[in-house]
Design a protein around this ligand. Sequence first.
Ligand SMILES: *Cc1c(COP(=O)(O)O)cnc(C)c1O
Length: 567
Amino acid sequence: MEILRDTRPTLEIRNPSKPCARNGVHAASKIDFCSLCKQHAIFPHASGTIINLATVLGCSLQYIYPRVDPSTYPIHSEPRSRPSQQDIDSSSMHTDNFATNAVHAGSAPDPSTGAVIPSISLSTTYRQDSIGVHKGFEYSRSANPNRNDFETMLASLEVGSEEAIAFSSGSAATAAAAQWACLSEEEGGGRTAEDIADGGKSHILCINDMYGGTYRYLARVAKTTGNLEASFLDFDQVGEAGIRSAIRRNTKRKQIVWIESPTNPMLILPPLTLISEILHSIPEAHRPILLVDNTFLSPYYSNPLTLGADVALHSISKYINGHSDVIMGALVIRKGSAQRLSQGFRFLQNSSGGIPSPFDCYLASRGAKTLPLRALKHGLNALQISTALSKDSRIAKVSYPGLKSSPYYERAVGALSRQAKKDLSKLGWDTRALEARAGIINGTIKHHRPHHFSGNATTVDAITEQGIPFSGMISIHLASPDPSDPEVSHAITDKFLTSLRLFSLAESLGGVESLAEAPWQMTHGSIPEAQRLALGIDPSLVRLSVGIEDVDDLLQDIHQALDVAFS
Ligand SMILES: *Cc1c(COP(=O)(O)O)cnc(C)c1O
């Protein structure tokens, strides 16, 4: 297996004494490569570890273990059907880019049939050659080929990651991450023996404006476990001292700092770089882990694991699947912190059973192949629509972090992934000037934007006059003739939402079709009223999930519905 020898020589000699199942005895514990053939990985059941390796090596899963009985292959020939860059130049360290990974990672042709798309593996159980000797799969709750494929693909898209773990929903991923804080270190969790002995509660410090279901779980369900507390902080407003004082320093590794960026539904970008710097200034043994819910941006627009986060949470139900026909979630773990977190997350998942079905994994893998195309179009449409709406007097406020007029514009530019910048630059955005404007100079992120912008402002402004595409979510406050009367606002919002022709009045987001909803009563109805109002979630608020339809049709639809609502 040339790839392994060329790129990670340490991998194959980690435990050279154990021959693989192919050549005799099967290793019983951790993953290793066969000492005789140097090709086959030895994998009792740690599918996560296999994925780590596949991701790290940039090779497809099937190079590590063939889907079909390995005895059908000659020992030294490989079940690959496409020459890789490594075949052409074994010293090359080429790694494929985002759009290529979206299409190819976790989607290798099936070596037994040549099928270009992996088959859906519905079997719940897998025949073993002898006791404990199998091909990496025992029972489908613990591991399934389609789920592995999806996880491989997702890990390749979320840059900076080592491993992705797919769940039955974003909410199941949320529950596992929260439970992790209460799980003992022995089981891979966040609670040390000291923590358990002193009986202190594990603590999750959350951003105060978040997905309603996440709030519901953390505020109302998590505490029923008895040893978990959640508190909520306006990270955007409290400043550095406020953030530092909210992090409980007297605890060992049992805290999570839980961020959404942008927040839902107010689309606030918290100071992620600052939060990460504060956390990374805390000694490793006491440092809380940083979890960022990256659902709204998707790995296309931003990669929080490259910005200091330890875990990226996704509701796959949104942009990654992208077609409003799958409920699924994932936790994606940063390179380097994978072992501890992965053990705990997988243990919790296997124990509570929150796994996605093979069919959903297949659908979501198919959906994700077009993520880069869709995400860009969502963003271009949303930028154009938010620009138009910010000029309409019937809209009191437009929130879209990509708008140049947004207070979060600099943070949006600073959060952009390498892939998004590459695409924007091809479309004519001067991304280097944008970065300079956002205070990112030579890759060093500064908190304060420079006072003097030295780029060629005229040219840059002409091209990027409006701002940058930054996902498809826009929040607007409709201008009520009587803002003090919630009934009046409600009536206008209802009229507007029910007069839309192309935008469906529906919860959720991130699908190819445009959706519109009223967070006050719909997605965020489970948050106490006083808290909703304090956040700006009032009856005049409308959240738009801009789809990939023709933007002129969408604009026409919004304008005609506004005409009806304000007539
Ligand atoms: C939808 C969503 C979730 C929950 O995901 P489900 O797949 O619906 O369980 C979590 N976070 C955010 C930001 C979401 O939009």
